[in-house]
Design a protein around this ligand. Structure first.
Ligand SMILES: Nc1nc2c(ncn2[C@@H]2O[C@H](COP(=O)(O)OP(=O)(O)OP(=O)(O)O)[C@@H](O)[C@H]2O)c(=O)[nH]1
Ligand SMILES: [Mg+2]
Length: 224
């Protein structure tokens, strides 16, 4: 774990040097991380250059799905049994990505709400995706993940008419665990609520400066 944290610091320093914010998407399996990324790349791909590192225990399915929507690099990491990505895998994946050519990096972690909470990947922030088919109590049952995350996406809101899910209760539980959690309510399928998510992504990129002054800052050796 100490070795991982040291590697994560290296990844973070590298991303900072290139002014690239990185969002680590974590969630239970099937909550919609990949579909959210597909829609985001499709809708914002002309405005922001985004690269993706996807982690799966087995298969490159998610990388193949995401690669349909972007010419930027999509790096697949097959963990071969491990229930999370680690900083070394991200560091290796970054070797194939031109950080000066991208505005934002997404990391899609392995789907589960336990292991990824403990592993720093050098990301700017963890974004926990929670869907309305999972029940409102996930923040209470997996508190570490919700404590570690700075943002949450409540996904599949298009299904609210069909499932017994109390949004206000879920939000309350999430804030009981982490009062600072900023929550976006979206449907990756229909696009409902997507604008608040996109505004957040624009803000995140804006906070680390635009590409025009990135070169100067890198040359001057200053962080954003
Ligand atoms: N109705 C509905 N279905 C969705 C939504 N988002 C994702 N799905 C569906 O949910 C299933 C799982 O979505 P994925 O994007 O593969 O989920 P994931 O979190 O990437 O899954 P893992 O990578 O296996 O952890 C797919 O059948 C999606 O089409 C949504 O907003 N609404
Ligand atoms: Mg996925």
């Amino acid at each position: 774990m100490e070795k991982n944290d040291a590697l994560a610091r290296g990844v973070r320093a590298r991303l900072t040097e290139h002014a690239v914010p990185a969002l680590n998407l974590v969630s239970s399996p099937g909550s919609g991380k990949t579909l959210l990324l597909e829609r985001t790349l499709h809708d914002l791909g002309r405005e922001l250059r985004m690269a993706v590192v996807t982690g799966d225990v087995q298969t490159q399915n998610d990388a193949d799905r995401i690669a349909r929507w972007t010419d930027d690099l999509v790096q697949a990491v097959v963990t071969g049994g491990a229930c999370h990505l680690d900083a070394r895998q991200v560091e290796e994946a970054l070797a194939a990505i031109d950080l000066d050519a991208i505005d934002l990096l997404f990391i899609e972690n392995v789907g589960n709400l336990v292991c990824p909470a403990s592993w720093d990947l050098g990301e700017t922030a963890k974004v926990v995706v929670m869907s309305v088919t999972e029940g409102e109590d996930k923040p209470l049952k997996y508190p570490k993940m919700f404590e570690q995350a700075r943002y949450a996406v409540l996904n599949k809101i298009d299904l609210l008419p069909y499932v017994p899910f109390d949004v206000e209760k879920a939000v309350r539980f999430a804030h009981d665990v982490n009062p600072d959690l900023e929550i976006f309510r979206v449907s990756a399928l229909t696009g409902e609520g997507k604008e608040s998510w996109y505004d957040f992504l624009r803000r995140t990129v804006g906070a680390t400066g635009d590409r025009a002054d990135r070169g100067e800052r890198v040359a001057a050796g200053t962080s954003p």
